[in-house]
Design a protein around this ligand. Structure first.
Ligand code: NAD
Length: 520
């Protein structure tokens, strides 16, 4: 039986969890029972490391959820509601590519949980996109937000295309048209659902999204809060671009300091001197590599979709990044071994392996060859459940995606707060703080009988800039979430992924239970 539909605005239709809603571009809405809807379309890239019998991405997320659910102490009734994806939008629309050609573009948006509003999650442009992937990513977003105490529900969007095959003006038309669909179906808004960048999208696309939303909602004074990851000039927050990679760095740094992690891995607590391999050199992978490099680690391998590079003596992150931007590939870069089968980079010896590309990159086909002692999931869903179990059984430390890459949504939350308050962080307080510290310093100098040098003085009185406040909020969030995860892992005698999920499930259950559950 199809669940009743709830109309929220003209043309906007939602479903309960038991049915999926498909809204075509001609606004004909069709509700279909979930199993009839094609949900599994993994491709060679996300299948390369996996055996046929391993679950797809959504199946993996559900498997991990079920394990944590069992030991969470939350009632069966609540768990069913927490696990299900609330609503899904599926659209197809024509876009003019040139005077004679239209292409039909497929897009999705899934809202996994509206236990807190708005829902939040990135938009992915990739020809790997399918409904299953979007649902899996939306579910992860709910748990991720709960792990880092960001008061949002989870969502995710995807447009099935290879952005490299389109010109910027074609991409602009596609992005704006997709946003129009979201606007018309009530799947976007500062209090409804707030997208952000993900694979294949960045500040440019976020700007187009905000501008399109604004055309449809000219009266909305909070329009800038309809999307995060925008350029600074469009209401973005300083620090968002690097936030996910920086959060990955903070998270791994914290884990290395836990005595039980040092015991399991034989590594000491310092970042300096550690050997690191990063798979995926996009937004997350580049920034993570850069923060590790800047803090004394040695980046010995970088994987990309075409080839990977390896040098046991270390790779200059900035130099190779510039080279790849210029040439479009690592090929031809000096002083590195070029690995033609890119995924093989993950099998090289290193202390820390950071998959930062896509889901399902470590599965039963390659897991036994993984030599890293710590695997930090910067990407969403890079390890299948069976591969995860094998790694844990070998005493390796897996730091899970829903914790480790939560820096992006944490700083997106800061950006959203900035947009709703319409003021840059620190604008009201910076000079006041500096004046207060200056007065205090004067008293200290008088009593100590020594004047500070101008440089010392600047160091002490300096009031925080926006990016410093953002970094500080992110660091504090990551430290707190890592500590909470560790405490649950110890208390429940379980792995870190299950522990992070237990924490998320318990927090979501508390919110839904204490809301009175009238509309469940
Ligand atoms: P991106 O598009 O900026 O970068 C992805 C990179 O991976 C690209 O350079 C791409 O060429 C490379 N890549 C693609 N297929 C590959 C393959 N098979 N092997 C090696 N490299 C490959 O995307 P991103 O924003 O950096 O996202 C990467 C991962 O991090 C995704 O799983 C995403 O969901 C997750 N994530 C992103 C954010 C964010 O703020 N951007 C936040 C949380 C999680």
């Amino acid at each position: 039986m199809v669940a009743p539909l709830l109309c929220r605005a003209p043309g906007a239709l939602l479903t309960t969890s038991s049915a999926l809603l498909r809204v075509h571009h001609n606004y004909r809405a069709v509700a279909v029972a979930a199993p009839a809807f094609s949900r599994f379309l993994s491709t060679h890239v996300t299948n390369a490391a996996c055996e046929d019998h391993e679950p797809g991405f959504l199946g993996s997320v559900e498997t991990f959820f079920d394990r944590a659910a069992k030991i969470s102490g939350v009632s069966e009734k609540s768990l069913a509601g927490i696990k299900a994806v609330d609503s899904v939008l599926s659209v197809k629309f024509p876009v003019e590519i040139d005077q004679d050609t239209h292409v039909i573009i497929e897009g999705y948006r899934a809202q996994h949980s509206r236990h807190r509003l708005p829902t939040k999650g990135g938009i992915r442009f990739s020809d790997e996109v399918d409904l299953q992937e979007v649902e899996a990513l939306a579910s992860l977003m709910t748990f991720k937000c709960a792990v880092v105490d960001v008061p949002f529900g989870g969502a995710k969007g995807g447009v099935k295309l290879n952005p490299k095959k389109y010109t910027p003006s074609q991409l602009e038309r596609i992005t704006r048209r997709y946003t129009m669909e979201l606007c018309q179906k009530n799947f976007i808004g500062p209090g409804i659902d707030v997208p952000a960048p993900d694979v294949g999208t960045g500040p440019r696309e976020m700007s187009w999204i905000m501008d399109t939303y604004r055309q449809f909602n000219p009266q909305d004074v909070n329009a800038a809060g309809c999307v995060t990851g925008k350029p600074i000039s469009q209401g973005g927050v300083r620090g968002r671009n690097e936030a996910t990679g920086l959060g990955v760095y903070y998270g791994i740094r914290e884990f290395l300091q836990f005595p039980e992690v040092q015991k399991m891995t034989g590594l000491n607590g310092s970042i300096a001197g550690k050997t690191v391999i990063v798979q995926g050199f996009g937004n997350v992978g580049y920034w993570a590599a850069k923060f590790f490099h800047n803090n004394g680690a040695k980046i010995i391998g970088i994987g990309e979709h075409d080839v990977s590079v390896y040098n046991p003596n270390g790779i200059d992150v900035e130099a190779i990044f510039k080279y790849r931007v210029e040439k479009g590939s690592f090929r031809g870069y000096g002083n590195v071994e070029i690995i033609e089968k890119p995924i093989a980079i993950m099998e090289r010896e290193c202390d820390i392996l950071i998959p930062a590309a896509l889901e399902r990159q470590i599965g039963l086909k390659n897991v036994k060859k993984i030599k890293a002692k710590v695997i930090g999931e910067a990407a969403n869903g890079p390890i299948t459940p069976d591969a995860h179990d094998y790694l844990v059984s070998q005493g390796k430390v897996v730091i899970p995606d829903l914790l480790l890459n939560a820096g992006g949504v944490t700083v997106s939350y800061f950006e959203w707060l900035k947009n709703l308050s319409h003021v840059r962080f620190g604008r009201m307080s910076r000079k006041w703080e500096e004046a207060g510290k200056s007065k205090l310093l004067k008293l200290v100098e008088e009593n100590a009988g020594r004047q500070l040098t101008p440089q010392e003085r600047r160091g002490v009185i300096h009031g925080a800039e926006e990016h410093e406040l953002v970094y500080s909020g992110l660091e504090d969030t990551m430290i707190g979430a890592c500590e909470e995860t560790r405490a649950t892992a110890v208390a429940k005698r379980t792995d870190f992924r299950t522990a992070a999920l237990v924490n998320a499930i318990q927090k979501i259950s508390t919110v839904t239970t204490q809301s009175g559950q009238m509309f469940l």
